[in-house]
Structures are given as C-alpha cells and as structure tokens.
Ligand binder design. Structure first.
Ligand code: PA5
Length: 445
C-alpha cells in the first residue's frame, strides 16, 4: 500500500458502524464516476490517465525537457491555478524548497498573479542568463498568464530573434482551439496538449505538470508508475478494501459532525506547495452550492508555533489530515556536544528524523485530546513514485467526495465572478454596462 490510513486515534470521533453506514454512498459515487453518469462526466480524462496517456507526446516531453536542460540556465513557467500548482508542487516536493540554489536549471513560476513587483523580480533573474519559457493555459485567454506571456515573448524575441524564440518557447494548451494555440502555431512554437476531458486541477499528470517536472530533472516515468498503482488500488468500490474511499468516508463523516475545515498537514517543508495544490483541488471541486469542507494547510513543526494554539484549543471546526512519511533518504545525525551548554545532549546520538517522529506523535496525542480529530495518511517516503500515488489518491478522493456531497466536482462556476468584474473595471469591450453598475457601487462605498 503506498498510502495507508492510520485511524487509530479517530475512535473517539467516529464509530465503526458509521463507516458501514456511509459505505453505500461511496459505492454509489464510485458507480456514478466509473459509469460516466455523474455530474461533469465530460471531464473524466484524468481517471485512466496513468494508463491511457499519449505515449508519443510523453516521449516528446522528455526530449523537450532535455533540450531545455541543455540550453537554459533559467526556465520560466507561466500559468495559474491548475495550470501551475501541480508542477510547482511536485518540483518543490522532490527537489526541496531551495531547489533553485542547489540544482539546475533554475525554475521560476510567473503569470500566476498580477503583482508588478513579482514580475520585475522574475525579469531581473534573466539578466545574462540563457532562458526558455513554458507557457501553460488550457483556455489560452487567462489574463494573468496571457499578460505575462506577452512580456516574456517580447523579451525572448528581442534576445534570441524569432528563430531563436522558436527553440525556447514551449506552449501547453488545447489541441486545436484558443488564442495561445493560434499564437503558438503562427510563431512555430512546439506545443503540447491539455486533453479536452481533463480539467485544470486534475491536469498535473499531463504535459501541464510533466514538462516542467521533467525539466527539473525528476523521473516522470516513476511518477506515472505511482499514479498507475494508485489507480489500481482505488478501483475497488468497497471502502474496506480501498484506502482512498476510506479517507473519503472519514472526511465526509467528520464534515457531518461539524468539522468543516480540513487542515492538510505535513512535517516536510518541501510539501508546502503540495498543500497549495491540494487546496485548489478540493476547494474548487467541493466548494459550491453552499457546501464543502474548507481546505486549509499547515507545515509542522513550523506552524505548531503559530496555528498550534488554535488547533489545540480554539473552535472545534478543524480536523487534520496528516501526510506522514515513515522514511527519508536524507537524514541528519545529531552529534554529542561535551559542553552541553544548550542542554540538548538528550537529543544527541540520534537522527533528526527521530526527533521529528516524536514531535509528530506528541502532537497527534495532544491535538486529539484537544478534540481535534486526526486522519493519518502514511506513505513510505517522499519520492516520484509515492508522490504520483498520492496525487492520484487525492484526485480520486476529491471526485468521490464531490459526488457524495452532491456537487459537480469538475466545474468552477464561482471563479468567473471576479473575472467578469475585473474585465468590466478594466474597460474590456463588451462589459460596458457592467462597468457602469460596478463604478456606481464603488462610488457609493
Ligand atoms: O482548475 C482550473 O480549471 C483552473 O484553476 C484553471 O487551471 C486556471 O484558471 C487556469 O486556466 P487556463 O489553463 O485556461 O489558463
């Protein structure tokens, strides 16, 4: 099992018969998903992606990644939401948060905000360094990404000329439609496909995630192999034989008991962007029709010194889902200090991972006694295979949870509201009436 649930400390919160009672709902959701009869069934391409991916494109991803690694000191990846978070999450999880200082090429993500300061900072990184750009947008029209791409395209053309730019710009987008596809074809950039039936937040195992991840030097074969294993393991309708569905059942039971915030916790700093990926996946999938768990996150032990007080002693609305890695390839041995002025010799002669494990166990007991339920997802270690497994595990859990909640886990109608207002306020043509109404509201406030 590449994810094993430890629910031993949940006994005071959930009784065995409750799991039995929610099992038929899981099975119904499973059948709806696998028969393609559930809501949003046009977007089920992710379900069998670990097996049914485009093998030729996979090869092209690897050769493009090699080319980029060969000619670029810096790579800028442009994209937002599902077109950004997965790639960054996997790269950071595997290479560490300091990856730009310790491995090559440096990889920076842009086009994921409207901050001019950040734009200037990323641009300053390019001085005197050879670089390539990967632009990712399914629609091809997302403002943050399109705006950034306009800037980087001009710079790359100025530096390398139109022909040089063709060697250094890679577009991941719709196979046939959209402004980005049109532009890429016109300019002769190499393109990769986001399949029609794979939504943004379920797209990390397509070129959206795989190209930047391969550029970072990670093993995308192992990532897909892990996802494939999860796909097989999570294909069983009975939650007693399916850890993924057991997790789904537990989190839904906790929601029904008033624990409306799920805090995803890991003890690895490098997991921080995985937290962000998880929050987008579950937030955009479940948060609709006035329903859904609020996905939040923390990194321990760091956040035990900030959120820890609230988790232990604040409103009883939070449960924790802890991703715990049993082993690490990168341990650190703590030496003895004969002076022992800091009084820390009780820690010497052991690995730092052991200290971390005790912090984990101590926190678990304290938080559970403080009435905060904990679901533990144990993984053997943090590598490509296990991460691929975990990604698919969460994707499947999210889809099944959405169906149990009675929402469409594959659309995101709420995201459009801010865009409409922003376009109107910026004076985009076609939004004249909305602009007047919004300005009147702003002037009143
Ligand atoms: O999950 C989603 O669908 C969204 O977060 C999109 O990925 C995000 O809005 C970016 O869209 P696009 O890829 O069309 O630029």
């Amino acid at each position: 099992m590449a994810v094993k649930i430890n629910s031993s400390l949940l006994k005071g919160f959930i009784k065995d018969h409750e799991l039995e009672q929610i099992a038929p709902a899981c099975e119904l959701a499973h059948n709806a998903l696998h028969s393609g009869k559930g809501a949003g069934s046009d977007f089920l391409g992710w379900l069998e992606l670990p097996e049914n991916y485009d093998k030729d494109e996979f090869k092209r991803i690897k050769s493009a990644a090699e080319k980029i690694r060969g000619n670029s000191e810096v790579v800028i990846v442009l994209g937002i939401g599902g077109s950004y978070l997965g790639a960054r999450a996997v790269i950071e999880a595997l290479k560490g948060t300091l990856y730009n200082s310790v491995s090559k090429p440096e990889i920076y993500f842009a086009g994921n905000s409207l901050s001019p300061a950040y734009m200037n900072q990323v641009l300053s990184v390019l001085e005197n360094k050879d670089f390539s750009v990967i632009v990712v947008s399914k629609s091809g029209t997302t403002t943050e990404t399109a705006l950034a791409f306009r800037v980087f395209k001009q710079i790359i053309e100025k530096r390398y000329g139109e022909a040089g730019a063709r060697e250094r710009v890679f577009a991941v987008t719709d196979k046939a439609r959209g402004t980005l596809k049109e532009l890429a074809d016109k300019k002769g950039y190499e393109t990769f496909v986001i399949p029609d039936d794979v939504g943004g937040r379920y797209s990390v195992l397509t070129a959206v995630g795989l190209l930047p991840i391969a550029v970072a030097g990670c093993d995308i074969d192992a990532l897909m192999a892990g996802a494939r294993a999860a796909m097989t393991d999570a294909n069983q309708p009975d939650l007693n034989k399916n850890e993924c569905y057991k997790y789904v059942a537990l989190r839904n039971l906790l929601l029904r008991k008033g624990f409306s915030v799920e805090l995803l916790v890991a003890y690895e700093n490098s997991f921080m962007m995985m937290n962000e990926w998880f929050k987008q996946l579950f937030g955009e999938s479940e948060g609709k029709d006035g329903k859904g768990l609020f996905p939040a996150s923390a990194t321990f032990s760091t956040d035990l010194h900030s959120l820890g007080q609230y988790i232990q002693d604040g409103s009883n609305i939070i449960f924790e889902t802890v991703v715990w890695y049993k082993d690490t390839d990168s341990d650190f041995f703590l030496d003895d200090d004969p002076d022992n002025i800091d009084g820390l010799n009780f820690l010497s002669g052991q690995n730092m991972s052991k200290v971390c494990e005790k912090a984990f166990q101590g926190t678990l007991l304290a938080h559970t006694e403080g009435k905060t339920p904990n679901i533990i997802l144990e993984q053997p270690k943090l590598d490509e295979y296990e991460l691929g497994y975990l990604i698919y595990f969460f994707e499947k859990a999210c889809a099944i949870s959405g169906y149990i909640l009675g929402v469409n886990p594959f659309d995101q109608p709420g995201v459009e509201s801010y865009k409409k207002n922003m376009f109107a306020l910026l004076g985009k043509s076609g939004y004249e009436k909305e602009k007047k109404e919004l300005l009147a509201k702003l002037n009143k406030s």
